[in-house]
Design a protein around this ligand. Structure first.
Ligand code: IMP
Ligand code: MG
Length: 175
């Protein structure tokens, strides 16, 4: 499959993704019983994961949306800009950040620090994808859907210069 100038092949099918997403929701249902958590969706890439995950959350909970951007073409710039702010008071609340992918970890560090400053009772991180070979920090990530190799992926919310977000499976760049 071609997107712009690059070629991709499927690496995680829709079935595989949805099975794992359901498992993650089960873990969160267990870990956040009676905690009334706030799920924070990191836009744009996490919209599909967030939606599928939240359908399987059976807790009393709230949702919020935050937009950050640190990516240009196919590499992380490390220069994170907050674009669209939270419109919810996080003080003394249990916050679960829902992210599409952790690569270098810069975005994760930025967000955990930022939301902790808002005096949340706890902040945890749940990412669908994790590239351990690109990760620059030592902090363990609370919830990880899949560990993948350090290659560029698209689909299921993730884009290549804004294309490919609508794909229901995840595709990896091939040479
Ligand atoms: P990090 O700050 O380097 O961890 O990068 C995190 C952000 O970069 C993610 O939220 C994605 O938006 C984007 N990103 C990282 N890897 C990929 C990829 O393989 N495909 C598409 N976007 C990616
Ligand atoms: Mg993202």
């Amino acid at each position: 499959m071609q997107i712009h100038d690059l070629y991709f092949e499927e690496c995680l099918s829709e079935d595989t993704i949805l099975k794992r997403v359901t498992e993650l929701a089960g873990q969160l249902n267990h870990d956040y019983t009676d905690k009334e958590p706030i799920f924070v969706c990191i836009l744009n890439g996490s919209f599909m994961f967030f939606s599928d995950l939240l359908k399987h959350i059976n807790l009393s909970c709230e949702t919020s949306f935050l937009r950050v951007n640190s990516y240009e073409n196919t590499s992380s710039s490390g220069n994170i800009k907050e674009i669209l702010g939270l419109e919810i008071n996080l003080e003394n609340r249990h916050v679960i950040i829902i992210e599409d992918i952790v690569e270098t970890g810069h975005t994760m560090q930025f967000l955990i620090q930022k939301l902790s400053e808002l005096k949340a009772a706890s902040v945890s991180y749940c990412t669908l994808l994790f590239k351990p070979d690109a990760y620059l920090y030592s902090a363990k990530i609370d919830y990880v859907g899949f560990e993948i190799s350090n290659l560029f992926v698209v689909g299921y919310g993730l884009d290549y210069n804004e294309k490919g977000r609508n794909l229901s499976s995840i595709y990896v760049k091939i040479d």
